[in-house]
Design a binder for this molecule. Structure first.
Ligand code: BGC
Length: 733
């Protein structure tokens, strides 16, 4: 498809959003052309070069106009200082764009992205991104390498922590919210950040869940599963994308003309720029598709990577290749044009510096801390609550034995990519319970064991504490460095001797409340039956302990729902709710069906799952019109009642299945969701209005089509339980 660029005069619109729709500003395009026409080859390459940190050599290069961007330069004073060299001492005065990984907060650290996605609250997720942007921008940052929108169906992959889980529809909704949050209404507002959707693309599908490993997905899977969140980010006006480390089917994504030029810059009409991941162009040599950095640079540039992050592959050596007509200068001009365009959108030419006083007012502002608490509360998922052991009965409670290596740990709640987050800002679970109870309840805290080492020497002390207490709360899981980049795990059980400690304490027959802290789904089959309640608390940021305490005592009724499947064992991975049926679905006891002989195929906790302290009942699913044309809207009503005795929030989920098509379809696909608050006893009719166009798929020729035929619909509180009905899509005459 030809990319038609529309250029218009823009007044008073969100420029970023228009950029997402392929509409450019005539004024900016003209300024870009004028500047480009004055640039030397070395200055052009400079704009396409990004380095990490500053030193004297880099300062000299900035002076010569030979660096266009930095990452990891922090603080308003320092960013202003280097910017001054670029703007006031270089020949053309082109400002630098300074980037940083502001992933889940700058100093006010929010829940890790996987946790935040469990809130399904795109309004609050957007607000958190907006706050992260404000704080980072006040410290001189212009650009964040976020959101990470990689779909992850493999919990071994440590970077599952950084994204919104396994589903492309939810992933797209979260991506949109984050881009709008970071970039705001107007990118030139000094307190917004340029966003970067990463890692383009398929990075989460690494074989064996091993970071940076080979990926081999079909074009169909790419289009249906991995691309939608990137498309949503582009439609929301994201200014940049980051290419990834992995290959897909023999072609590294940092040299992939199909994904970068054909799809992103062609089909989608993306007019922002693409930055490589850290040396991902240089790594084309290790991948074995380039003999040296220069050849790697040519491949990266030809594929469509506009800026080279720390790769040193875009160099003045390219000039000779242009002279020999091996490389077209137009490719370089296009890359520079895109980078300058974004610098103009950011307003960097008009206001290159940040007011150094704003950071003091903004960093850790009380409203920011409140939002961190709100999002932390909503991110918690209640996985088990036998005999309603939770919420803890405050009136009858005299003492709590608080056990576990993470119960008073100030580091883990910050999670991976904690930016400027500090341990001193963190509220641990121990502190959260203290804040909650003061002196009313005695909290006997014993660590019991470490996360990683295998010593059981603390067990006895922990057991003694338990014997003296009314209730046992155990806080266990992974330390922060066990998820994130380069932190894949092959075994997903609780690390170290934590499971042994649970077993030892279970012998006392006291009910155990297990609070989990982890950056990924972990396997719990070995301890699940030993505990009465499981609260999945992830790594919730600076307000971690307060949010957990609120949920434990019932001041907050948990409402989070899993966005990534919890397997029974690692052997089930990859496991995800939207799998295909196969020719031999496991619906009978027949041996020759698709199953394991030693375990059920179903997960321990499915996608979309999460309990509440109240109970929600679904009745009366009704379709307004069950014969629909592809241009119609599907309208489904369902009654949801809070049948329990406390107020709560239910995340109502809408799934479809295309029963017969020209290609196989998943057994379920999420197509809508709503967070619904219900007072105790209250009933609401929840309505979904879904454009029939959204029920389509890629046909045999890879065209997105809604094929006529029957669709089943399921609405419920998770991906397994729900009420069903059917509709028919009919062909237009
Ligand atoms: C990561 C990116 C990150 C970049 C810059 C890389 O190692 O893969 O996600 O944005 O470093 O810090």
């Amino acid at each position: 498809m030809k990319n038609i660029i529309r250029i218009v005069l823009i007044f008073g619109f969100s420029k970023a959003l228009l950029l997402g729709q392929g509409i450019l500003s005539a004024d900016i395009e003209q300024k870009v052309d004028v500047l480009l026409s004055q640039m030397t080859f070395a200055e052009k390459i400079g704009q396409m070069t990004q380095f990490s940190g500053i030193n004297e050599d880099y300062e000299a290069l900035v002076r010569k106009g030979q660096i266009g961007s930095f990452l990891n330069v922090i603080g308003a004073e320092e960013t202003n200082r280097i910017q001054k060299i670029a703007v006031e001492e270089s020949r053309l005065g082109i400002p630098l764009v300074i980037g940083l990984d502001v992933i889940h907060g700058y100093r006010t650290i929010f829940p890790i992205p996987l946790a935040a996605s469990a809130s399904w609250d795109t309004v609050l997720i957007r607000k958190a991104a907006e706050i992260a942007a404000k704080e980072a921008a006040s410290a001189g940052i212009h650009w964040t390498f976020a959101p990470m929108v990689d779909i992850a169906r493999d919990a071994r992959w440590g970077r599952i922590a950084e994204g919104a889980g396994e589903d492309p529809f939810l992933g797209a909704a979260v991506a949109r919210a984050q881009v709008l949050g970071f970039q705001g209404e107007d990118l030139s507002d000094p307190l917004t950040l340029l966003a970067c959707a990463k890692h383009y693309v398929g990075y989460g599908a690494a074989e064996g869940g091993r970071d940076y490993n080979t990926v081999d997905v079909s074009e169909r899977t790419l289009r249906e599963i991995y691309l939608p969140p990137f498309k949503a980010a582009v439609d929301a006006g994201v200014g940049t994308l980051m290419s990834a480390f992995n290959e897909i089917g023999g072609v590294p994504t940092s040299a992939n003309q199909f994904t970068l030029r054909t799809i992103l810059k062609g089909e989608w009409g993306f007019n922002g720029f693409v930055v490589s991941d850290w040396n991902s162009i240089g790594e084309l040599v290790a991948h074995g598709i380039a003999k040296d950095r220069l050849e790697a640079g040519v491949k990266g540039l030809t594929a469509g990577i506009d800026m080279d992050m720390e790769g040193r592959c875009y160099t003045s050596d390219m000039e000779a290749l242009v002279a020999d007509e091996i490389l077209s200068e137009e490719l370089i001009n296009d890359a520079v044009r895109r980078i300058l365009r974004i610098k103009f959108y950011l307003g960097l030419f008009e206001h290159p510096y940040i007011d150094e006083n704003i950071q003091k007012e903004l960093i850790l502002h009380r409203d920011h801390i409140q939002t961190a608490l709100d999002l932390a509360r909503e991110s918690i998922v209640l996985l088990k609550n036998e005999k309603s052991v939770l919420p803890l009965n405050r009136k009858k409670l005299n003492s709590i034995a608080l056990i576990g290596p993470l119960a008073n740990d100030k580091d883990s709640p910050l999670g991976t990519w904690r930016c400027q987050g500090r341990q001193e800002d963190v509220v641990t679970v121990y502190e959260g319970l203290k804040n909650k109870f003061g002196d009313d309840v005695k909290i006997i805290y014993v660590k019991g064991c470490d996360v990683k080492n295998n010593s059981c020497s603390g067990f006895d002390k922990a057991i003694k504490a338990v014997q003296k207490a009314d209730v046992v709360v155990m806080v266990m899981g992974e330390s922060a460095d066990m998820s994130g980049e380069a932190a894949s795990r092959a075994d997903l059980n609780l690390p170290g001797v934590q499971a042994e400690l649970i077993n030892a304490i279970a012998e006392t027959n006291k009910p155990i409340v297990l609070v989990l802290m982890n950056g990924r789904p972990i396997t719990l089959s070995n301890i699940e039956s030993k505990v009465s309640a499981i609260v999945e608390a992830w790594q919730l940021g600076i307000q971690h302990g307060n949010a957990v305490a609120d949920v434990l005592v019932g001041d907050v009724n948990p409402s989070g729902k899993l966005t990534a499947t919890f397997p029974r064992t690692v052997g089930q991975i990859p496991i995800h709710y939207n799998h295909k049926n196969s020719g031999r679905p496991n619906i009978s006891l027949d041996k020759f069906t698709s199953k394991y002989i030693d375990l059920p195929s179903s997960p321990l906790y499915p996608f979309g799952y999460g309990l509440s302290y109240t109970e929600f009942k679904y009745t009366g699913i009704e379709v307004e019109n069950n014969r629909l044309a592809p241009s119609d809207e599907l309208v489904v009503n369902i009654n949801v009642k809070n049948a329990g005795s406390c107020d709560g929030v239910e995340i109502v989920q809408f799934y479809i299945r295309d029963l017969v098509g020209s290609v196989t379809r998943p057994v379920k696909e999420l197509k809508g969701f709503q967070r619904v608050s219900l007072k105790a006893g209250e009933l609401k009719t929840v309505q979904f209005r879904i454009p029939v166009r959204n029920l389509g798929a890629y046909d045999l020729d890879m065209n997105y089509t809604v094929e006529p035929g029957e669709f089943s619909i399921m609405v419920g509180g998770n991906s397994i339980d729900g009420l069903t009905t059917t509709v028919e899509v009919v062909r237009l005459k």
